[in-house]
Design a protein around this ligand. Structure first.
Ligand code: NAD
Ligand code: DAU
Length: 352
């Protein structure tokens, strides 16, 4: 039995489904179901007794402690977070609350549980914290990719709150001996990605005849990884990672935002051509830049490759085609996710 937090979000839901495709070890999935949590993403698991969903906050120590006592997991994997940079600019408090205070409470609940475990279970227990490359800050065009020893230089309230959570996790290993592992991953894309983030936003807006908003000049670079490759990296780190270590996870796929948007448009032109013959890239519009916009992220994934033998299975070409096709095949998921709260957020972000 393992615990997953934030398992109704984009990466968490993909992880839960992927995990149960690989083996029968049960999962208790604890998610607060914020705007980003969507149980519909897990509908394929309805009636599957291997998956137990609990609506709850990682900061609720009473609930988490009760669940830990009851289910006695061998590992806790922490995906739960506020994850959108633009939202952290408009309202940083929720980020501090969940990513910092929430992670702290979760660590406290887990430490209390772990302290009482019998020797074998105690040694085998793992707390795996899912983090981001954004904690390392921004690179110039020619700087080497982020390695695990790159210093922390977070630039947004989001990345600062994730950096703080990484430090807390590290400190629980050094101070209390809690067996922790941390992964710092680059930009994910794939099915069930909430359409506030670049790739799903562009697919959804293109199909709806809306603008495809490019912040600034669109030359910022991100390093893209298909979500199931992130999931396999997490499984591998959980299985064989060295305690107290961090592992950078990335796809060796650096792309400028504008190129990403053109790639998505070209795929849509091929897979869902417009009846009037127009190309989707005509909808591209350059809009105000993100404040403090990081110029470039790039992950040096040599450590996880060398020490744990992990490599991504998808290329960007195969992954992005699967992603676009998934959104074309799952329009209902998109419609349902676009609740009132989501619409309000889009208005706020793109009108101020
Ligand atoms: P997401 O926003 O899609 O999902 C987050 C999930 O956490 C949601 O289901 C939400 O309901 C839940 N949640 C939020 N606050 C909670 C709380 N207090 N208690 C319990 N549940 C709560 O995020 P995502 O893109 O799936 O990211 C998951 C994790 O991976 C995050 O920690 C993020 O920082 C990290 N990460 C994301 C990316 C990426 O490209 N998306 C890359 C690297 C790392
Ligand atoms: O690097 C990992 C991080 O990747 C994760 O930790 C975050 O949780 C995740 O949201 C993501 O952060 P980014 O800020 O890189 O992702 P986003 O999809 O928001 O933006 C990708 C790039 O596209 C970024 O340079 C901003 C730009 N962008 C984004 C949106 C939403 C646009 O140009 N227009 C847009 O409308």
């Amino acid at each position: 039995m393992i615990f997953v937090t934030g398992g109704a979000g984009f990466i968490g839901a993909n992880f839960v489904m992927d995990w149960l495709r690989q083996n029968d070890e049960h999962i208790v999935n604890i998610d607060a179901l914020t705007y980003a949590g969507n149980l519909e993403s897990l509908s394929s698991l309805q009636g599957d007794t291997r998956h137990i969903f609990v609506k709850g906050d990682i900061g609720d120590t009473t609930l988490i402690s009760k669940l830990l006592e009851k289910h006695q997991p061998r590992a806790v994997l922490n995906f739960a977070a506020e994850s959108h940079v633009d939202r952290s600019i408009h309202g940083p408090e929720a980020f501090v609350q969940t990513n910092v205070v929430g992670t702290f409470h979760l660590l406290e609940s887990v430490r209390t549980y772990w302290d009482k475990l019998k020797e074998g279970s105690k040694t085998n227990f793992r707390f795996l914290h899912v983090s981001t490359d954004e904690v390392y800050g921004s690179l110039t065009k020619d700087e080497p990719a982020f390695s695990e020893t790159h210093r922390y230089e977070p630039n947004s309230p989001y990345s600062a709150s994730k950096a703080a959570s990484d430090h807390l996790v590290r400190s629980y290993h050094h101070t209390y001996g809690l067996p922790v592992l941390t992964t710092n991953c680059s930009n994910n894309y794939g099915p069930y990605h909430f359409p506030e983030k670049l790739i799903p936003l562009v697919i959804v807006n293109a199909l709806a005849g809306k603008i495809l908003p490019i912040y600034g000049d669109g030359q910022q670079i991100r390093d893209w990884l298909f979500v199931t490759d992130h999931c396999s990296a997490i499984r591998r780190v959980l299985e064989a990672g060295t305690l107290g270590e961090t592992y950078n996870v990335g796809g060796w796929n650096e792309k400028a935002n504008l190129d990403i948007v053109h790639t998505v448009c070209a795929l849509l032109d091929e897979l869902r051509p417009q009846q009037d013959g127009n190309k989707y890239c005509k909808q591209i519009a350059f809009v105000a830049d993100r404040p403090g916009h990081d110029q470039r992220y790039a992950i040096d994934a040599q450590k996880i490759e060398r020490e744990l033998g992990w490599k991504p299975a998808e290329t960007f070409e195969t992954g992005i085609r699967k992603t676009v096709q998934w959104y074309l095949d799952n329009q209902e998921w998109v419609t349902n996710v676009q609740s009132g709260a989501y619409r309000e957020w889009v208005e706020k972000n793109y009108t101020v």
